[in-house]
Design a protein around this ligand. Structure first.
Ligand code: 5GP
Length: 118
């Protein structure tokens, strides 16, 4: 899939539209999801043009992949959800209902999340 530079997360990365940011470092920014599915619902997105997990893990330099996932862990710590637990979700493609074509990891937490799928 060709990267769409006008997707909503690309615009957030460029600062063209606002977000409720919780973390930023050299690898990523993290911000609250606009339609939270749990009491804690934060999106972590890499600073780079990657369409999904599948693309990111194939195309990004090893240091970027390592740094990004370390940042996801740091965001979970910052949110204070590591003790009670959290779920990571990353949708790739149509069958997963990916709606924004910029790689992102959902951090979901704040209550018992139950079964993996409804
Ligand atoms: P996906 O369905 O691609 O895995 O997840 C995309 C997520 O982005 C959805 O949970 C949706 O609520 C969130 N989202 C879509 N547009 C915006 C936006 O403009 N700002 C924020 N903060 N989240 C958004």
């Amino acid at each position: 899939m060709t990267y769409d530079t006008n997707n909503i997360f690309a615009k957030i990365l460029r600062g063209e539209i606002p977000c409720n940011k919780v973390h930023e470092d050299e690898y990523c920014i993290a911000f609250h999801d606009i339609t939270p599915a749990a009491p804690v619902h934060v999106l972590v997105i890499p600073k780079g043009q990657y369409t999904s997990f599948h693309d990111f893990t194939a195309q990004a330099p090893a240091g970027m992949i390592q740094g990004f996932f370390a940042s996801v862990r740091a965001v979970a710590m910052k949110l204070g959800v590591d003790q009670n637990g959290y779920r990571l979700v990353s949708n790739h493609g149509a069958d997963a209902s990916q709606s924004v074509p910029h790689f992102h990891v959902h951090i979901l937490a704040g209550r018992s999340l139950g079964a993996l799928l409804p």
